[in-house]
Design a protein around this ligand. Structure first.
Ligand code: FAD
Ligand code: NAG
Ligand code: NAG
Ligand code: NAG
Ligand code: NAG
Ligand code: NAG
Ligand code: NAG
Length: 548
């Protein structure tokens, strides 16, 4: 008994010492950082308003405001020593320079939707550079151009465009709270992907703060770096301040529909056919398919839900699908015609009665725990293959698959036009999704196991050498930079999956722009430190296996 008491007493002492030590360290970091910021800005900059120490009463709410995955919001999740929230470009420059000179790792956050928390979690002492004050979206309809700051949300982008024109939009993701900084730098796609390709296919300029704290636009950064931040992941290269994009035209009326079928309603035939129609049909039509195990009238089955957007009218759509996809038996009554901006809300949650202002509301996000993975399908899966997948999904119980059709514009853009390589030859992308509401280690392990098993079962049916993955669906299972600095071999593992043949060019740009690898995270681009010096002098890089 006494022993136990002594033990708990000691524990409390140790805990107390740890807490006080981390608080004093935090305060010391705070002072050092603030001093550095002050010396790199003018007194009118008031940098004392942009640094949140762990002891600050607002620290937790600032941190949690843009944590979008509860898996990274637990007591054991490592927390930043400081959160820096600049209001000006100048303050961003100073933040980069100071993080470097103080020797703290920097994580850059725009919307916080990273599926692995890369923008706000690190295993070493770090600070967050939070871009949420950079929300300006300046729309110029005459020239069909917008300048979008990286901390703006997609909802803000859509809303600001709609304020000026109902027949313009932008090609980007469905979830309106996603941040521009992560979304565009990671490739960014949405329901107009077949008509207009990726967000980055419309980027015409950008502003970035590099490791030396310089602000560079397209002209100053040069073609290589500009290419890189169109899908190569911003966080490996610098802090993106803004993107300048070309708007796209949308019709006055678009059409949406949703159709559900279970296996008993011949979903297998439907999914099989979908693979032959969705990636090849009129590029104005996007038919996303969600597959999940459900219980229907007491039977365990799979439900296949098609949710679609057509950039045209309902009559034209029904005629088109009668011809190309008769199995769907789409009726005019199932279709809804609406403005493009309303389809954004509809695709997000079926609920297009809400006012458009919800697009501006960044707190409107239901948080849950989740794990995501991705794959690409290049050959249609046979009916027997599909039936086997259904069996496995029903056995597992909680995993969801979403098929995202490619084709159209995606086939026309060369695979090296941007770092995003998954263009012609890819019929559709698969998103694996498992999510849950309650914390709990047992449930978490079970669900994480489920999604990993399903991923492994799917090996037969998906792309190989490399097995491709989508950077914006970040998945640390496919490889991490485990050795800190000199990590070329580690980086190659996930780098080739995300970027295929574009990996080499990304490494080359990374090595040139950030040779000391300051902009680091678990899946940042590696540099070539060992042969860095030689690379600059070597004319035939093949000799050193640089392009193997
Ligand atoms: C509910 C949900 C729906 C989604 N739907 C889609 C979809 O339809 N289409 C799609 O393509 N993706 C989708 N995604 C994925 C999403 O696009 C990516 O997670 C994207 O990276 C999020 O950007 P963010 O700014 O919100 O994230 P953050 O977590 O802030 O950032 C993501 C990554 O980018 C880096 N980064 C952020 N800002 C900057 C910057 N200013 N400069 C340099 N680096 C920066 C971060 O450090 C981090 O590595 C979805 C994600 C969620 C959670
Ligand atoms: C918390 O930090 C912010 C940002 O630096 C600052 O403006 C505020 O005064 C701080 N609050 C307290 C109670 O120290
Ligand atoms: C956003 O625009 C406003 C109005 O022009 C300006 O005052 C503000 O500084 C801008 N914010 C940033 C972060 O650039
Ligand atoms: C499913 O397919 C069978 C065989 O082709 C057909 O007889 C049946 O009517 C279909 N059921 C539904 C709900 O479409
Ligand atoms: C449920 O399964 C039983 C047995 O296989 C089958 O007879 C029945 O038709 C199924 N019910 C539905 C709604 O599909
Ligand atoms: C994952 O599935 C859950 C449950 O069906 C859903 O609420 C969530 O939106 C899905 N997440 C993504 C990123 O698709
Ligand atoms: C690279 O070439 C330059 C100029 O010829 C030379 O000065 C330098 O030493 C070379 N560096 C290495 C590592 O060989």
């Amino acid at each position: 008994m006494e022993k136990l008491n002594l033990l708990s007493f000691l524990c409390i002492i140790v805990l107390f010492l740890r807490v006080t030590r981390s608080l004093t360290t935090s305060l010391r970091d705070y002072d050092t950082f603030l001093e550095c910021l002050q010396s790199h800005t003018s007194s009118s900059d008031q940098v004392s308003n942009i640094v949140y120490a762990q002891t600050n009463a607002s620290y937790t709410s600032i941190l949690e405001a843009f944590v979008r995955n509860s898996r990274f919001n637990t007591p054991s999740t490592p927390k930043p020593l400081l959160i820096i929230t600049p209001f000006s470009e100048h303050q961003v420059q100073a933040t980069v320079v100071c993080a470097k000179s103080v020797g703290l790792q920097l994580r850059i956050r725009s919307g916080g939707h990273d599926f692995e928390g890369a923008s706000y979690v690190s295993q070493v002492p770090f600070v967050i550079l939070d871009m949420f004050n950079f929300q300006n979206v300046t729309v110029d309809i005459q020239n069909e151009v917008a300048v979008i700051q990286s901390g703006a949300s997609l909802g803000q982008v859509y809303y600001r465009i709609w304020e000026k024109s109902e027949v313009h939009g932008f090609a980007a993701g469905a979830c309106p709270t996603i941040g521009v900084g992560g979304h565009l730098s990671g490739g960014g796609y949405g329901s107009m992907i077949r008509k207009y390709g990726l967000s980055v296919d419309h980027v015409i300029d950008a502003k970035i703060v590099d490791v030396k704290g310089r602000i560079l636009d397209k002209k100053a950064m040069g073609e290589d770096l500009f290419w890189t931040i169109k899908g190569g992941g911003g966080a490996s290269f610098g802090v993106i301040l803004s993107y300048t994009v070309k708007l796209v035209q949308v019709p006055e009326k678009v059409t949406v529909f949703k159709v559900d079928n279970t296996l008993e309603q011949n979903a297998t035939d439907l999914v099989f056919e979908w693979q032959h129609v969705a990636p090849h049909t009129d590029d104005r039509l996007f038919m996303r398919m969600t597959l999940q195990p459900v219980i229907s009238e007491g039977n365990k089955t799979i439900r296949a839900s098609i949710k679609a957007l057509f950039l045209g009218g309902a009559n034209e759509l029904v005629t088109l699908l009668e011809k190309e996809f008769p199995l769907l038996r789409l009726k005019k009554e199932t279709c809804k015609e609406m403005r493009w901006i309303d389809s954004v809300l509809w695709l997000m949650n079926d609920n297009h009665g809400s006012s458009l202002e919800v697009l501006l509301d960044r707190s409107r996000y239901s948080k849950y725990f989740n794990k995501i993975k991705s794959d690409y399908v290049q050959t249609p899966i046979s009916k027997d293959g599909l039936k086997w997948i259904w069996k496995k999904m029903i056995e597992l119980g909680n995993t969801q698959l979403i098929f995202i059709p490619y084709g159209g514009k995606m086939n026309e853009v060369p695979s090296d036009a941007t770092p995003f390589p998954h263009r012609a030859g890819n019929l559709y992308k698969i998103q694996y999704n498992v999510s849950w509401q309650e914390p709990g280690a047992v449930a978490e392990k079970n669900l994480m196991d489920q999604i990993r098993k399903l991923y492994s079962y799917m090996t037969l049916f998906v792309s190989k050498n490399p097995r491709r993955a989508f950077l914006n669906y970040r998945d640390l299972d496919i490889g991490i930079n485990s050795h800190g600095e000199d990590n070329y071999e580690d980086g190659k593992v996930f780098g080739v999956k995300y970027f295929d043949k574009n990996f080499q060019r990304l490494v080359k740009v990374k090595t040139a722009i950030d040779p000391e690898n300051f902009f680091w995270n678990e899946q940042s681009m590696p540099t070539l430190p060992a042969i860095k010096q030689q690379v600059e002098n070597i004319t035939d890089k093949r000799k050193i296996g640089y392009f193997n």
